[in-house]
Design a protein around this ligand. Sequence first.
Ligand code: MSP
Length: 521
Amino acid sequence: MSKRFYITTAIDYVNGQPHLGHAYEKVIADVIARSRRALGEEVFFLTGLDEHGQKVQQAAQADGKSAQVYCDELAASWTAFVGKLGLTNDDFVRTTSSRHKEVVQAILTKLHVEGHFYQASTEGFYSTKEETFVTEKERLPDGTFPASYGEVVKLSETNWYFKLGAHQQWLIDHIEGNPSFIQPDYRRNEVLGFLKNNTLEDLCISRPAARLTWGIPIPFDPAYVTYVWFDALVNYISVPAARGDSTVLAATNSQLSTLNSQLSLWPADVHVIGKDIVKFHAVYWPIMLKAMGLPLPSQLLVHGWWQKDGAKMSKSTGNVVDPVAVIDDWGLDAFRFYVVRELDIGPDGNWTDAGFAARYQAELANGLGNLVNRSLSMLKRYRSGVIPARHDELAADAAKASADTVKHLRASELQAGLHSIWTLVNRANQYVDQTAPFKLAKDPAQAARLDEVLYNLVESCRVLAVLLHPFIPGTAAKIYAQLNLSATLDKLALSVWGGLQPGHVIGEPAALFPRRDTPKA
Ligand code: MSP
Protein backbone atom coordinates (compact mmCIF):
# COMPACT_ATOMS: atom_id res chain seq x y z
CA MET A 1 0.00 0.00 0.00
CA SER A 2 1.78 3.18 -1.12
CA LYS A 3 1.57 6.21 1.06
CA ARG A 4 -0.83 8.91 -0.04
CA PHE A 5 -0.12 12.61 -0.12
CA TYR A 6 -1.96 13.55 3.06
CA ILE A 7 -3.16 17.14 3.46
CA THR A 8 -5.27 18.58 6.26
CA THR A 9 -6.86 21.88 7.26
CA ALA A 10 -7.44 23.19 10.75
CA ILE A 11 -10.73 21.86 12.05
CA ASP A 12 -13.11 24.73 12.67
CA TYR A 13 -14.81 25.50 15.95
CA VAL A 14 -18.44 24.72 15.56
CA ASN A 15 -19.64 27.69 17.60
CA GLY A 16 -20.76 29.87 14.70
CA GLN A 17 -21.25 30.08 10.96
CA PRO A 18 -18.40 29.74 8.47
CA HIS A 19 -16.73 32.99 7.37
CA LEU A 20 -14.17 34.14 4.84
CA GLY A 21 -11.17 33.00 6.92
CA HIS A 22 -12.48 29.44 7.14
CA ALA A 23 -13.38 29.45 3.45
CA TYR A 24 -9.95 30.73 2.42
CA GLU A 25 -8.07 28.03 4.29
CA LYS A 26 -10.26 25.28 2.90
CA VAL A 27 -9.93 26.58 -0.67
CA ILE A 28 -6.14 26.76 -0.59
CA ALA A 29 -5.98 23.23 0.83
CA ASP A 30 -8.34 22.07 -1.92
CA VAL A 31 -6.23 23.70 -4.65
CA ILE A 32 -3.16 21.91 -3.29
CA ALA A 33 -5.05 18.60 -3.07
CA ARG A 34 -6.34 18.94 -6.63
CA SER A 35 -2.88 19.95 -7.87
CA ARG A 36 -1.29 16.89 -6.35
CA ARG A 37 -3.88 14.64 -7.93
CA ALA A 38 -3.32 16.43 -11.22
CA LEU A 39 0.39 15.74 -10.81
CA GLY A 40 -0.43 12.05 -10.62
CA GLU A 41 -0.23 11.51 -6.87
CA GLU A 42 -2.74 9.69 -4.73
CA VAL A 43 -4.12 12.19 -2.25
CA PHE A 44 -6.08 12.14 0.97
CA PHE A 45 -7.57 15.48 1.95
CA LEU A 46 -9.05 15.88 5.42
CA THR A 47 -11.06 18.68 6.92
CA GLY A 48 -13.66 18.81 9.67
CA LEU A 49 -14.97 20.24 12.91
CA ASP A 50 -13.65 20.86 16.40
CA GLU A 51 -16.71 20.35 18.56
CA HIS A 52 -15.64 20.10 22.20
CA GLY A 53 -14.68 22.69 24.76
CA GLN A 54 -16.00 25.52 26.77
CA LYS A 55 -16.84 27.81 23.86
CA VAL A 56 -19.17 25.23 22.34
CA GLN A 57 -20.66 24.32 25.70
CA GLN A 58 -21.42 27.99 26.35
CA ALA A 59 -22.78 28.64 22.87
CA ALA A 60 -25.09 25.62 23.19
CA GLN A 61 -26.29 26.81 26.60
CA ALA A 62 -26.96 30.28 25.22
CA ASP A 63 -29.04 28.63 22.49
CA GLY A 64 -30.93 26.51 25.04
CA LYS A 65 -29.78 23.25 23.46
CA SER A 66 -27.79 20.25 24.52
CA ALA A 67 -24.22 20.46 23.28
CA GLN A 68 -24.65 17.43 21.02
CA VAL A 69 -27.85 18.72 19.41
CA TYR A 70 -26.21 22.10 18.93
CA CYS A 71 -23.17 20.50 17.26
CA ASP A 72 -25.27 18.23 15.06
CA GLU A 73 -27.31 21.15 13.80
CA LEU A 74 -24.29 23.28 13.03
CA ALA A 75 -22.38 20.34 11.56
CA ALA A 76 -25.09 20.10 8.92
CA SER A 77 -24.47 23.67 7.78
CA TRP A 78 -20.68 23.21 7.87
CA THR A 79 -20.82 20.09 5.73
CA ALA A 80 -23.07 21.95 3.29
CA PHE A 81 -20.40 24.66 3.25
CA VAL A 82 -17.78 22.13 2.19
CA GLY A 83 -19.97 21.34 -0.80
CA LYS A 84 -20.51 25.01 -1.52
CA LEU A 85 -16.72 25.52 -1.75
CA GLY A 86 -16.35 22.57 -4.13
CA LEU A 87 -13.91 20.83 -1.81
CA THR A 88 -12.60 17.42 -2.78
CA ASN A 89 -12.01 16.25 0.77
CA ASP A 90 -11.84 12.50 1.24
CA ASP A 91 -13.18 12.54 4.76
CA PHE A 92 -14.76 14.93 7.24
CA VAL A 93 -13.82 14.54 10.87
CA ARG A 94 -16.02 15.48 13.80
CA THR A 95 -14.30 15.33 17.16
CA THR A 96 -17.52 14.11 18.78
CA SER A 97 -17.46 10.93 16.66
CA SER A 98 -16.62 7.69 18.42
CA ARG A 99 -13.81 6.86 15.96
CA HIS A 100 -12.04 10.06 17.05
CA LYS A 101 -12.76 9.77 20.77
CA GLU A 102 -11.45 6.21 20.83
CA VAL A 103 -8.06 7.29 19.48
CA VAL A 104 -7.78 10.26 21.84
CA GLN A 105 -8.43 7.96 24.78
CA ALA A 106 -6.01 5.32 23.50
CA ILE A 107 -3.27 7.94 23.28
CA LEU A 108 -4.01 9.32 26.73
CA THR A 109 -3.87 5.82 28.19
CA LYS A 110 -0.60 5.00 26.49
CA LEU A 111 1.13 8.26 27.43
CA HIS A 112 -0.13 7.93 31.00
CA VAL A 113 1.20 4.38 31.34
CA GLU A 114 4.52 5.53 29.93
CA GLY A 115 4.81 8.27 32.53
CA HIS A 116 4.37 11.40 30.44
CA PHE A 117 1.70 12.93 32.68
CA TYR A 118 1.53 14.06 36.30
CA GLN A 119 -1.08 15.71 38.45
CA ALA A 120 -0.53 19.10 40.05
CA SER A 121 -2.53 21.95 41.38
CA THR A 122 -2.25 25.44 40.06
CA GLU A 123 -3.54 28.68 41.30
CA GLY A 124 -3.68 31.38 38.73
CA PHE A 125 -5.63 33.44 36.29
CA TYR A 126 -7.78 31.62 33.79
CA SER A 127 -9.18 32.78 30.48
CA THR A 128 -12.42 31.02 29.63
CA LYS A 129 -12.34 32.39 26.13
CA GLU A 130 -8.96 30.85 25.36
CA GLU A 131 -9.44 27.96 27.79
CA THR A 132 -6.04 28.44 29.28
CA PHE A 133 -4.23 29.70 32.34
CA VAL A 134 -2.71 33.12 31.72
CA THR A 135 0.72 33.81 33.17
CA GLU A 136 1.89 36.90 35.03
CA LYS A 137 4.21 37.66 32.11
CA GLU A 138 1.20 38.42 29.96
CA ARG A 139 -0.15 41.10 32.28
CA LEU A 140 -0.22 44.54 30.67
CA PRO A 141 1.40 47.58 32.36
CA ASP A 142 -2.00 48.67 33.67
CA GLY A 143 -2.45 45.33 35.46
CA THR A 144 -5.09 43.92 33.11
CA PHE A 145 -4.68 41.06 30.64
CA PRO A 146 -4.84 41.46 26.84
CA ALA A 147 -8.41 41.77 25.52
CA SER A 148 -7.93 38.64 23.39
CA TYR A 149 -8.21 36.59 26.60
CA GLY A 150 -11.70 37.90 27.36
CA GLU A 151 -12.70 37.67 31.00
CA VAL A 152 -9.85 36.43 33.19
CA VAL A 153 -10.76 34.90 36.54
CA LYS A 154 -8.75 33.69 39.52
CA LEU A 155 -8.86 29.92 39.74
CA SER A 156 -7.30 27.23 41.84
CA GLU A 157 -7.41 23.80 40.28
CA THR A 158 -5.81 20.39 40.22
CA ASN A 159 -5.17 19.10 36.73
CA TRP A 160 -3.18 16.67 34.66
CA TYR A 161 -0.02 17.96 33.01
CA PHE A 162 2.07 16.72 30.09
CA LYS A 163 5.84 17.00 30.63
CA LEU A 164 7.36 19.07 27.86
CA GLY A 165 10.73 20.02 29.29
CA ALA A 166 12.75 17.14 27.86
CA HIS A 167 11.51 17.93 24.36
CA GLN A 168 12.60 21.50 23.88
CA GLN A 169 16.07 20.94 22.40
CA TRP A 170 15.25 18.22 19.91
CA LEU A 171 12.35 20.31 18.69
CA ILE A 172 14.66 23.27 18.07
CA ASP A 173 17.06 20.91 16.28
CA HIS A 174 14.25 19.47 14.18
CA ILE A 175 12.99 22.88 13.10
CA GLU A 176 16.49 24.10 12.32
CA GLY A 177 17.38 20.93 10.46
CA ASN A 178 14.21 20.91 8.36
CA PRO A 179 13.73 24.36 6.89
CA SER A 180 10.56 23.37 5.06
CA PHE A 181 8.87 22.10 8.23
CA ILE A 182 7.37 25.51 9.00
CA GLN A 183 6.61 27.74 6.03
CA PRO A 184 6.88 30.64 5.25
CA ASP A 185 10.36 31.23 6.73
CA TYR A 186 9.28 34.13 8.93
CA ARG A 187 6.86 31.87 10.77
CA ARG A 188 9.66 29.35 11.34
CA ASN A 189 11.84 32.11 12.74
CA GLU A 190 9.09 33.20 15.12
CA VAL A 191 8.76 29.67 16.47
CA LEU A 192 12.52 29.30 16.84
CA GLY A 193 12.71 32.67 18.60
CA PHE A 194 10.02 31.55 21.03
CA LEU A 195 11.64 28.17 21.72
CA LYS A 196 15.11 29.61 22.20
CA ASN A 197 14.05 32.42 24.51
CA ASN A 198 11.53 30.65 26.74
CA THR A 199 11.47 27.56 28.85
CA LEU A 200 8.47 25.52 27.84
CA GLU A 201 5.89 25.20 30.55
CA ASP A 202 4.23 21.80 30.88
CA LEU A 203 0.92 21.56 29.06
CA CYS A 204 -2.26 21.23 31.07
CA ILE A 205 -4.18 18.49 29.26
CA SER A 206 -7.27 18.20 31.44
CA ARG A 207 -10.21 20.27 32.60
CA PRO A 208 -12.25 19.30 35.68
CA ALA A 209 -15.55 17.73 34.66
CA ALA A 210 -17.16 19.73 37.45
CA ARG A 211 -16.55 22.87 35.39
CA LEU A 212 -16.58 21.54 31.84
CA THR A 213 -18.50 18.47 30.79
CA TRP A 214 -18.30 18.88 27.04
CA GLY A 215 -15.10 17.01 26.35
CA ILE A 216 -13.61 13.55 26.02
CA PRO A 217 -13.35 11.89 29.44
CA ILE A 218 -9.78 11.26 30.58
CA PRO A 219 -9.73 7.43 30.61
CA PHE A 220 -7.62 7.09 33.75
CA ASP A 221 -9.39 9.80 35.76
CA PRO A 222 -13.13 10.30 35.20
CA ALA A 223 -13.10 13.54 37.18
CA TYR A 224 -11.63 15.23 34.12
CA VAL A 225 -12.22 15.81 30.42
CA THR A 226 -9.50 16.32 27.85
CA TYR A 227 -8.22 19.82 27.06
CA VAL A 228 -9.76 20.79 23.73
CA TRP A 229 -6.45 21.26 21.89
CA PHE A 230 -5.09 17.87 22.94
CA ASP A 231 -8.34 16.44 21.59
CA ALA A 232 -8.45 18.54 18.39
CA LEU A 233 -4.87 17.97 17.20
CA VAL A 234 -5.40 14.23 17.37
CA ASN A 235 -7.89 14.48 14.48
CA TYR A 236 -4.94 14.39 12.12
CA ILE A 237 -4.19 10.83 13.23
CA SER A 238 -7.59 9.60 14.42
CA VAL A 239 -8.89 9.54 10.87
CA PRO A 240 -5.82 7.65 9.56
CA ALA A 241 -6.34 5.19 12.44
CA ALA A 242 -9.99 4.77 11.46
CA ARG A 243 -8.87 4.21 7.88
CA GLY A 244 -6.52 1.45 8.95
CA ASP A 245 -3.19 3.31 8.81
CA SER A 246 -0.82 0.78 10.34
CA THR A 247 1.75 3.38 11.47
CA VAL A 248 -0.83 5.17 13.61
CA LEU A 249 -2.53 2.00 14.82
CA ALA A 250 0.74 0.54 16.02
CA ALA A 251 1.80 3.66 17.89
CA THR A 252 -1.51 4.35 19.59
CA ASN A 253 -2.44 0.80 20.52
CA SER A 254 -5.87 1.63 19.10
CA GLN A 255 -8.21 -1.27 18.70
CA LEU A 256 -10.65 0.19 16.25
CA SER A 257 -13.32 -2.32 15.54
CA THR A 258 -14.60 -1.37 12.11
CA LEU A 259 -11.81 -0.72 9.67
CA ASN A 260 -13.17 -0.07 6.23
CA SER A 261 -9.82 0.28 4.50
CA GLN A 262 -6.10 0.11 5.04
CA LEU A 263 -4.79 3.41 3.85
CA SER A 264 -1.25 4.57 4.39
CA LEU A 265 -1.49 8.23 5.33
CA TRP A 266 0.71 9.22 8.24
CA PRO A 267 2.90 11.30 8.41
CA ALA A 268 0.91 14.17 6.92
CA ASP A 269 2.55 15.99 4.04
CA VAL A 270 0.95 19.36 4.77
CA HIS A 271 -1.06 20.79 7.64
CA VAL A 272 -2.62 24.01 6.33
CA ILE A 273 -3.24 26.34 9.29
CA GLY A 274 -3.70 30.01 10.15
CA LYS A 275 -1.03 32.12 11.84
CA ASP A 276 -2.88 32.22 15.18
CA ILE A 277 -2.54 28.50 15.82
CA VAL A 278 1.13 28.00 14.95
CA LYS A 279 2.24 27.34 18.54
CA PHE A 280 -0.18 24.44 18.93
CA HIS A 281 1.01 22.88 15.68
CA ALA A 282 4.70 23.72 15.84
CA VAL A 283 5.31 23.05 19.55
CA TYR A 284 2.64 20.91 21.23
CA TRP A 285 1.74 18.68 18.29
CA PRO A 286 5.33 17.61 17.44
CA ILE A 287 5.94 16.85 21.11
CA MET A 288 2.74 14.81 21.36
CA LEU A 289 3.77 12.84 18.27
CA LYS A 290 7.31 12.30 19.50
CA ALA A 291 6.00 11.02 22.84
CA MET A 292 3.73 8.62 20.96
CA GLY A 293 6.61 7.43 18.81
CA LEU A 294 5.11 8.78 15.60
CA PRO A 295 6.95 10.65 12.84
CA LEU A 296 6.30 14.37 12.47
CA PRO A 297 4.33 15.92 9.61
CA SER A 298 6.46 17.17 6.72
CA GLN A 299 5.14 20.69 6.68
CA LEU A 300 3.06 23.30 8.46
CA LEU A 301 1.89 25.72 5.80
CA VAL A 302 0.84 28.87 7.62
CA HIS A 303 -1.48 31.36 6.01
CA GLY A 304 -2.28 34.91 7.09
CA TRP A 305 -5.53 36.47 8.17
CA TRP A 306 -8.07 38.35 6.11
CA GLN A 307 -9.41 41.68 7.16
CA LYS A 308 -12.32 43.49 5.55
CA ASP A 309 -11.89 47.12 4.51
CA GLY A 310 -8.76 47.37 6.62
CA ALA A 311 -10.39 46.27 9.87
CA LYS A 312 -10.65 43.00 11.76
CA MET A 313 -13.68 40.97 10.77
CA SER A 314 -16.11 40.74 13.62
CA LYS A 315 -19.66 39.54 13.89
CA SER A 316 -20.49 42.11 16.55
CA THR A 317 -19.60 45.09 14.34
CA GLY A 318 -21.04 43.44 11.22
CA ASN A 319 -17.69 43.82 9.44
CA VAL A 320 -17.77 40.37 7.83
CA VAL A 321 -17.55 38.75 4.43
CA ASP A 322 -20.08 35.97 4.02
CA PRO A 323 -18.48 33.57 1.54
CA VAL A 324 -21.81 31.90 0.78
CA ALA A 325 -23.36 35.22 -0.24
CA VAL A 326 -20.36 36.03 -2.47
CA ILE A 327 -20.54 32.60 -4.11
CA ASP A 328 -24.29 32.91 -4.68
CA ASP A 329 -23.80 36.32 -6.24
CA TRP A 330 -20.62 35.84 -8.30
CA GLY A 331 -20.15 32.12 -8.65
CA LEU A 332 -17.86 29.65 -6.89
CA ASP A 333 -14.94 29.99 -9.27
CA ALA A 334 -14.90 33.79 -9.03
CA PHE A 335 -14.57 33.37 -5.25
CA ARG A 336 -11.92 30.64 -5.42
CA PHE A 337 -9.95 32.62 -7.98
CA TYR A 338 -10.05 35.85 -6.02
CA VAL A 339 -8.87 34.52 -2.66
CA VAL A 340 -5.95 32.64 -4.18
CA ARG A 341 -4.99 35.40 -6.64
CA GLU A 342 -5.29 38.24 -4.14
CA LEU A 343 -3.42 36.74 -1.19
CA ASP A 344 -0.22 34.75 -1.21
CA ILE A 345 -0.01 32.05 1.47
CA GLY A 346 1.64 33.83 4.40
CA PRO A 347 0.90 37.53 4.70
CA ASP A 348 -2.37 39.06 5.85
CA GLY A 349 -4.91 40.17 3.27
CA ASN A 350 -7.61 42.76 2.97
CA TRP A 351 -10.96 42.07 1.34
CA THR A 352 -12.73 44.94 -0.38
CA ASP A 353 -15.83 44.45 -2.50
CA ALA A 354 -14.39 46.88 -5.05
CA GLY A 355 -11.14 44.91 -5.26
CA PHE A 356 -13.09 41.72 -5.81
CA ALA A 357 -15.21 43.28 -8.56
CA ALA A 358 -12.12 44.79 -10.23
CA ARG A 359 -10.29 41.46 -10.44
CA TYR A 360 -13.45 39.74 -11.66
CA GLN A 361 -13.83 42.27 -14.43
CA ALA A 362 -10.19 42.58 -15.49
CA GLU A 363 -8.85 39.06 -15.06
CA LEU A 364 -11.85 36.76 -15.35
CA ALA A 365 -14.33 38.57 -17.62
CA ASN A 366 -11.97 40.59 -19.84
CA GLY A 367 -8.92 38.35 -19.51
CA LEU A 368 -9.74 34.65 -19.47
CA GLY A 369 -13.44 34.82 -20.37
CA ASN A 370 -12.95 37.09 -23.35
CA LEU A 371 -10.06 35.03 -24.69
CA VAL A 372 -11.99 31.77 -24.59
CA ASN A 373 -15.16 33.30 -25.92
CA ARG A 374 -13.64 35.08 -28.88
CA SER A 375 -11.30 32.21 -29.77
CA LEU A 376 -14.09 29.64 -29.86
CA SER A 377 -16.58 32.02 -31.48
CA MET A 378 -14.16 32.80 -34.32
CA LEU A 379 -13.48 29.12 -34.92
CA LYS A 380 -17.22 28.57 -35.02
CA ARG A 381 -17.88 31.51 -37.33
CA TYR A 382 -14.97 31.14 -39.74
CA ARG A 383 -14.42 27.36 -39.75
CA SER A 384 -17.79 25.97 -38.59
CA GLY A 385 -16.09 24.90 -35.38
CA VAL A 386 -13.70 22.47 -37.09
CA ILE A 387 -10.13 22.38 -35.69
CA PRO A 388 -7.61 23.18 -38.45
CA ALA A 389 -4.16 21.61 -38.88
CA ARG A 390 -1.86 21.86 -35.91
CA HIS A 391 0.33 24.93 -35.74
CA ASP A 392 2.87 25.76 -33.06
CA GLU A 393 3.26 29.52 -32.90
CA LEU A 394 2.18 29.71 -29.22
CA ALA A 395 3.51 26.27 -28.30
CA ALA A 396 6.59 27.63 -26.55
CA ASP A 397 4.54 30.16 -24.56
CA ALA A 398 2.15 27.42 -23.50
CA ALA A 399 5.00 25.07 -22.57
CA LYS A 400 6.65 27.77 -20.47
CA ALA A 401 3.37 28.61 -18.70
CA SER A 402 2.77 24.90 -18.01
CA ALA A 403 6.27 24.25 -16.71
CA ASP A 404 6.16 27.30 -14.45
CA THR A 405 2.70 26.43 -13.16
CA VAL A 406 3.75 22.87 -12.37
CA LYS A 407 6.87 24.09 -10.59
CA HIS A 408 4.82 26.46 -8.44
CA LEU A 409 2.14 23.88 -7.69
CA ARG A 410 4.76 21.41 -6.51
CA ALA A 411 5.90 24.06 -4.03
CA SER A 412 2.32 25.04 -3.00
CA GLU A 413 2.97 28.52 -4.46
CA LEU A 414 -0.58 29.01 -5.59
CA GLN A 415 -0.61 32.73 -6.28
CA ALA A 416 2.55 32.36 -8.37
CA GLY A 417 0.86 29.49 -10.21
CA LEU A 418 -1.96 31.80 -11.24
CA HIS A 419 0.59 34.40 -12.34
CA SER A 420 2.17 31.81 -14.64
CA ILE A 421 -1.20 30.82 -16.07
CA TRP A 422 -2.06 34.45 -16.74
CA THR A 423 1.12 34.93 -18.76
CA LEU A 424 -0.52 32.62 -21.30
CA VAL A 425 -3.92 34.32 -21.00
CA ASN A 426 -2.28 37.67 -21.66
CA ARG A 427 -0.02 36.36 -24.43
CA ALA A 428 -2.96 34.78 -26.25
CA ASN A 429 -5.10 37.92 -25.92
CA GLN A 430 -2.18 39.94 -27.26
CA TYR A 431 -1.84 37.43 -30.11
CA VAL A 432 -5.46 38.06 -31.11
CA ASP A 433 -4.73 41.78 -31.30
CA GLN A 434 -1.49 41.25 -33.24
CA THR A 435 -2.79 38.74 -35.76
CA ALA A 436 -6.28 40.28 -36.08
CA PRO A 437 -8.06 37.12 -37.24
CA PHE A 438 -11.26 39.13 -37.95
CA LYS A 439 -9.27 40.98 -40.66
CA LEU A 440 -7.67 37.78 -41.98
CA ALA A 441 -11.16 36.33 -42.34
CA LYS A 442 -12.09 39.03 -44.81
CA ASP A 443 -9.24 38.13 -47.18
CA PRO A 444 -9.50 34.71 -48.88
CA ALA A 445 -5.75 34.83 -49.64
CA GLN A 446 -5.14 34.69 -45.86
CA ALA A 447 -7.15 31.49 -45.29
CA ALA A 448 -4.10 29.40 -44.39
CA ARG A 449 -2.86 32.04 -41.98
CA LEU A 450 -6.28 32.23 -40.36
CA ASP A 451 -6.16 28.45 -39.83
CA GLU A 452 -2.83 28.80 -38.06
CA VAL A 453 -4.02 31.59 -35.81
CA LEU A 454 -7.21 29.78 -34.88
CA TYR A 455 -5.37 26.58 -34.00
CA ASN A 456 -3.00 28.48 -31.73
CA LEU A 457 -5.82 30.26 -29.97
CA VAL A 458 -8.14 27.36 -29.41
CA GLU A 459 -5.32 25.03 -28.35
CA SER A 460 -4.15 27.71 -25.89
CA CYS A 461 -7.66 27.71 -24.40
CA ARG A 462 -7.46 23.93 -23.98
CA VAL A 463 -4.07 24.16 -22.26
CA LEU A 464 -5.44 26.86 -19.99
CA ALA A 465 -8.36 24.66 -18.97
CA VAL A 466 -5.93 21.93 -17.88
CA LEU A 467 -3.77 24.35 -15.89
CA LEU A 468 -6.78 26.04 -14.30
CA HIS A 469 -8.42 22.82 -13.17
CA PRO A 470 -6.94 22.78 -9.63
CA PHE A 471 -7.93 26.40 -9.04
CA ILE A 472 -11.28 26.85 -10.78
CA PRO A 473 -12.46 23.38 -11.71
CA GLY A 474 -15.95 24.41 -12.79
CA THR A 475 -14.59 26.87 -15.35
CA ALA A 476 -11.99 24.39 -16.58
CA ALA A 477 -14.76 21.84 -17.13
CA LYS A 478 -16.87 24.43 -18.98
CA ILE A 479 -13.98 25.21 -21.32
CA TYR A 480 -13.50 21.51 -22.03
CA ALA A 481 -17.23 21.08 -22.62
CA GLN A 482 -17.28 24.05 -25.01
CA LEU A 483 -14.36 22.43 -26.82
CA ASN A 484 -16.50 19.28 -27.00
CA LEU A 485 -13.81 17.27 -25.27
CA SER A 486 -15.03 14.48 -23.07
CA ALA A 487 -11.71 13.48 -21.49
CA THR A 488 -11.40 14.28 -17.79
CA LEU A 489 -8.94 17.09 -17.44
CA ASP A 490 -7.60 16.16 -14.05
CA LYS A 491 -4.01 15.52 -15.08
CA LEU A 492 -1.57 18.35 -15.67
CA ALA A 493 0.25 16.15 -18.21
CA LEU A 494 -2.65 16.94 -20.55
CA SER A 495 -1.30 20.46 -20.90
CA VAL A 496 1.24 19.28 -23.51
CA TRP A 497 0.72 21.27 -26.70
CA GLY A 498 -1.10 19.58 -29.56
CA GLY A 499 -3.98 17.93 -27.73
CA LEU A 500 -6.62 19.23 -30.11
CA GLN A 501 -6.86 17.02 -33.16
CA PRO A 502 -7.44 18.52 -36.63
CA GLY A 503 -10.98 17.77 -37.81
CA HIS A 504 -12.41 17.71 -34.27
CA VAL A 505 -15.57 19.81 -34.03
CA ILE A 506 -15.99 22.02 -30.98
CA GLY A 507 -19.25 22.70 -29.13
CA GLU A 508 -21.10 25.93 -28.43
CA PRO A 509 -19.18 28.87 -26.96
CA ALA A 510 -20.86 30.61 -24.00
CA ALA A 511 -19.67 33.38 -21.69
CA LEU A 512 -17.67 32.00 -18.74
CA PHE A 513 -17.75 35.17 -16.64
CA PRO A 514 -20.55 37.52 -17.72
CA ARG A 515 -19.45 41.16 -17.53
CA ARG A 516 -21.04 43.14 -14.72
CA ASP A 517 -21.23 46.87 -14.91
CA THR A 518 -21.53 47.85 -11.29
CA PRO A 519 -20.57 45.80 -8.30
CA LYS A 520 -23.59 44.99 -6.17
CA ALA A 521 -23.60 46.84 -2.88
N1 MSP B 1 -10.45 24.66 16.23
C1 MSP B 1 -9.22 25.37 16.11
C2 MSP B 1 -8.26 24.63 15.21
C3 MSP B 1 -7.93 23.23 15.62
S1 MSP B 1 -6.87 22.45 14.47
C4 MSP B 1 -6.44 21.02 15.21
C5 MSP B 1 -9.48 26.76 15.52
N2 MSP B 1 -10.67 26.92 14.92
S2 MSP B 1 -11.16 28.29 14.26
O1 MSP B 1 -12.46 28.02 13.73
O2 MSP B 1 -11.02 29.37 15.19
O3 MSP B 1 -10.17 28.61 13.08
C6 MSP B 1 -10.02 27.68 12.04
C7 MSP B 1 -9.00 28.18 11.03
O4 MSP B 1 -9.52 29.36 10.40
C8 MSP B 1 -7.66 28.54 11.66
O5 MSP B 1 -6.59 28.04 10.89
C9 MSP B 1 -7.69 30.06 11.63
O6 MSP B 1 -6.41 30.63 11.50
C10 MSP B 1 -8.51 30.33 10.39
N3 MSP B 1 -9.08 31.67 10.40
C11 MSP B 1 -9.99 32.15 11.29
N4 MSP B 1 -10.21 33.47 10.99
C12 MSP B 1 -9.45 33.85 9.92
C13 MSP B 1 -9.31 35.01 9.13
N5 MSP B 1 -9.93 36.14 9.40
N6 MSP B 1 -8.50 34.92 8.04
C14 MSP B 1 -7.88 33.77 7.67
N7 MSP B 1 -8.00 32.66 8.39
C15 MSP B 1 -8.66 32.70 9.60
O7 MSP B 1 -8.60 27.60 15.61
